[in-house]
Design a protein around this ligand. Structure first.
Ligand SMILES: Cc1cc2nc3c(=O)[nH]c(=O)nc-3n(C[C@H](O)[C@H](O)[C@H](O)COP(=O)(O)OP(=O)(O)OC[C@H]3O[C@@H](n4cnc5c(N)ncnc54)[C@H](O)[C@@H]3O)c2cc1C
Length: 460
């Protein structure tokens, strides 16, 4: 059976993917949107349609601001495939997906990858203990199932940490403490970019409101130099050292960690697209032009997957990429494109400030103790990685062969940046020179039965 063909295949139904679909369908292009969640919305507007029925106020107005976009997307006429995971894009621009145990190939004239961001790993001692999860995981439970835990401790830095702690407090959950790892060094490097950030007064005001409410409702601890989670078989608390040298131990069974988000590069890297090391945001990002066009003429990248900008910037980036593709079908929309470019720049004006303020120090990007697990999938500790380095492993892929770090189910999402930085500090080379794991499909786990369910012809 011949593969289905669409003019436009969009991967990801977050703000970027939804907005892109509005533009391509309006121009009359056959569009399919594929997303692995049960509902549209992505990370920021996760489970929005269901939550609108009861509209719990604790999720905040910025969450419900996505309602108009989600509704327009539902009405735009694009084919929408929820609960569907893309595991490969071939050189022939075939998109390989799996849904409910069945694999398929879809071909496209153009592909927009809008797969968003993932949380930056935070390898502190004890982070693999039951009771410890990422702040993103805790927020997902709140958005998806109205589930939360009382007396949790939030540890880390970045807007998502404050937003979720604030959502917890607004939901009536007790927050035991918020431990903020942002140090003076970060403030000093960010302040020069504050004037630019003033172009986004609403975002700054929102952040101040979250922190103000957190301060009124729980303990906000700053300037910590070490963090470790206490417990043998279960998290029992957090122990941190202040820059003053004082030690604080806080009892808690639930500890949520977060130190920022980075582009989700697994699909874009496994597709062989060019990537660059972003020194400002300390992460990899695909090489794209202002419209989102990647190193492959027929593949565009929009939203946080192309560089962190947040929900509003993601939606505009979706429009920008889509209108660039529409122009390639002979329907140029110069004014619209100009408007999207200017809006996108405007929304990104706060990034230089936020990227510097919330770039965690190397002390928290790297594990602080030898027994700390670096690769969660293969249970490889800092000592294990260092042993591989001492035996001569010189790059991430050789290190993978030496100690299996990065060989597990998450395909390096939890350890890649940490391993890369350990190699950089061991060899003295730059992060860009070290490079990253060589990522190959499938980018998400699929079973052999699913693979076998694929009717020929098979992807290369
Ligand atoms: C855990 C988490 C929580 C966040 N919460 C907030 C928040 O509350 N407020 C806020 O302003 N910002 C939040 N952010 C920041 C968020 O990145 C942006 O605000 C915004 O969601 C980015 O939009 P996007 O369209 O680029 O990506 P996303 O919204 O992330 O949408 C990408 C979509 O693609 C799907 N996807 C990814 N890979 C595949 C694949 N291989 N196959 C099929 N589907 C795939 C994802 O499941 C997701 O639905 C959060 C980020 C993370 C990582």
């Amino acid at each position: 059976m011949a593969n289905q063909h669409f003019q436009i295949v969009i991967i990801g139904a977050g703000p970027a993917g939804m907005a892109a679909a509005l533009t391509t369908t309006k121009a009359g292009l056959e569009t399919i949107v594929i997303d692995d969640q049960k509902d549209s919305g992505g990370q920021v507007y996760r489970n929005l349609q269901a939550n609108q029925e009861t509209s719990p106020a604790y999720l905040g107005q910025s969450y419900y601001d996505g309602a108009k976009l989600a509704q327009s997307f539902a009405d735009c006429g694009a084919v929408y495939r929820p609960d569907c995971t893309v595991w490969q894009i071939t050189d022939m621009h075939e998109v390989a997906l799996v849904s409910r145990g069945k694999a398929e190939l879809i071909t496209a004239d153009y592909i927009i990858i809008a797969t968003g961001a993932i949380e930056r790993p935070m390898p502190v001692k004890g982070w693999t203990l039951p009771g410890v999860m990422s702040v993103g995981g805790a927020q997902t439970l709140l958005k998806q199932a109205a589930l939360g835990a009382d007396n949790a401790v939030f540890v880390g830095s970045g807007p998502l940490l404050y937003l979720t702690a604030w959502q917890y407090i607004k939901a009536g959950l007790a927050v035991r403490a918020v431990i903020d790892i942002t140090g003076e060094k970060q403030w000093r490097s960010a302040i020069p970019f504050a004037p630019l950030a003033l172009l986004q007064p609403d975002m700054l005001a929102m952040g101040r409101k979250w922190i103000g409410d957190i301060r009124r409702n729980t303990e906000l601890i700053y300037s910590v130099s070490t963090i470790e989670i206490i417990g043998q078989s279960q998290a029992q608390g957090v122990s941190c050292t202040l820059s003053s040298g004082d030690k604080i131990d806080i009892d808690a069974n639930h500890i949520f960690l977060h130190q920022g988000v980075v582009p989700n590069v697994n699909l874009t890297m496994a597709t062989g697209l060019a990537h660059q090391w972003d020194h400002q945001a300390h992460c990899w990002r695909p090489v794209i032009d202002v419209t989102g066009k990647s190193s492959d003429e027929q593949i565009y990248i929009a939203g946080d997957g192309g560089g962190i900008g947040g929900a509003k910037a993601a939606a505009i980036a979706g429009r920008l990429a889509a209108s660039a593709i529409v122009a390639r079908y002979g329907k140029p929309r110069f004014l619209a494109q100009l408007y999207y470019k200017l809006r996108h720049l405007h929304y990104l004006s706060i990034r230089p400030f936020l990227d510097r303020l919330y770039l965690p120090s190397a002390d928290f990007r790297l594990a602080q103790t030898d027994e700390t697990i670096i690769c969660r999938c293969e249970a490889v500790s800092k000592a294990g990685v260092n042993a591989a380095l001492a035996s001569g492993a010189s790059g991430p892929n050789q290190l993978k062969a030496f100690c299996r770090a990065g060989m597990g189910r998450c395909q390096g999402r939890s350890c890649g940046l940490v391993v890369q930085e350990m190699i950089a500090s061991h060899t003295g080379q730059s992060m860009a020179e070290i490079g990253y794991y060589r990522l190959r499909p499938p980018v998400k786990p699929i079973t052999l039965a699913e693979l076998a369910s694929l009717e020929g012809p098979w992807p290369d």
